[in-house]
Design a binder for this molecule. Structure first.
Ligand SMILES: Nc1ncnc2c1ncn2[C@@H]1O[C@H](COP(=O)(O)OP(=O)(O)OP(=O)(O)O)[C@@H](O)[C@H]1O
Length: 251
């Protein structure tokens, strides 16, 4: 299982040009194997930029990131990404969306069926295998998205506000279900969110970035026991962490 190291990373968009913008400054972080990590911070502090660099969508202007000791360069299916807007193909059924990656890599029909069965079940879409995306709710499309990334069997799951567009109730349900799936597979997760409560509920570690340029302001180790349940959101321990983190963000 992989460990991600962010080593003295600085990023300046348009470096050396007029109007250059430094968004991340000397970031050093470790994301341990199989851990669930969140990144929070005010809008524009560079959360998505950091995540996209882990996905290999941008190259840092200084410093580097490594996955299991190898420098991250370009995209790779070992690092799967889920965005806020779902990336479900409207012309494919739920099952075919989920097995898209393996099919592209030449998986046999039997392997595809096995993957479709496993991941529709794991993300809570059993019985919906033959439905079209237009027939699904926003939460269900998100489930397809997550299943499709998992079906590629990545080592690292990078999630950029995946539940940001969902209503509060659906969001809480999706958080619990994501933890159940994660606990069965123990991928390393890096999750970007605006939502402090979401970060506490999900994470082992929360990184608070300060704004402009983004620097590591605080690292919160969340000691709430696992498995987590909704009642924990109301415990003194949970609320104490929430108060502490809330006080750190600029409002
Ligand atoms: N491709 C780009 N070129 C130039 N500037 C960019 C680019 N992408 C992002 N930025 C700028 O970098 C800064 C950080 O953006 P980023 O999306 O990483 O922030 P964020 O913390 O994820 O914000 P939010 O919470 O609002 O999504 C912003 O000022 C943004 O305008």
């Amino acid at each position: 299982m992989p460990e991600i190291l962010v080593d003295n990373l600085t990023h300046t968009f348009g470096k050396g040009e007029p109007g250059a913008l430094t968004v991340l400054d000397k970031i050093n972080l470790t994301f341990e194997s199989g851990s669930f990590n969140s990144i929070i911070g005010t809008s524009g502090c560079g959360k998505s930029t950091l995540l996209k660099m882990m996905a290999g969508l941008f190259t840092p202007s200084d410093g580097q990131m490594t996955l299991d000791g190898e420098v991250i360069e370009g995209t790779d299916r070992r690092r799967g990404m889920v965005f806020q807007q779902d990336a479900v193909f409207p012309w494919m059924t739920v099952a075919k969306n989920i097995s898209y990656g393996p099919r592209l890599r030449g998986a046999s029909k039997a392997e595809q069926s096995e993957i479709e069965a496993k991941w529709t079940e794991m993300v809570g879409l059993r019985g919906f295998e033959d439905r079209w995306p237009r027939e699904l709710s926003g939460g269900m499309r998100k489930r397809v998205d997550i299943g499709r990334v998992y079906a590629n069997d990545p080592d690292v799951l990078l999630m950029d506000e995946p539940f940001g567009a969902l209503d509060a109730q659906t969001k809480e349900r999706m958080q619990s279900d994501l933890l159940t799936t994660w606990q069965k597979s123990k991928k390393t997760v890096v999750f970007v969110t605006h939502d402090i409560e979401e970060a506490i509920f999900l994470s082992d570690k929360i990184i608070v970035l300060s704004s402009r340029p983004g620097r590591v302001h605080h690292i919160e180790e969340v000691s709430l026991p696992r498995p987590r349940n909704d009642e924990m959101r109301l415990t003194e321990e949970f609320l104490a962490i929430k108060r502490r983190l809330w006080g750190m963000l600029d409002h």
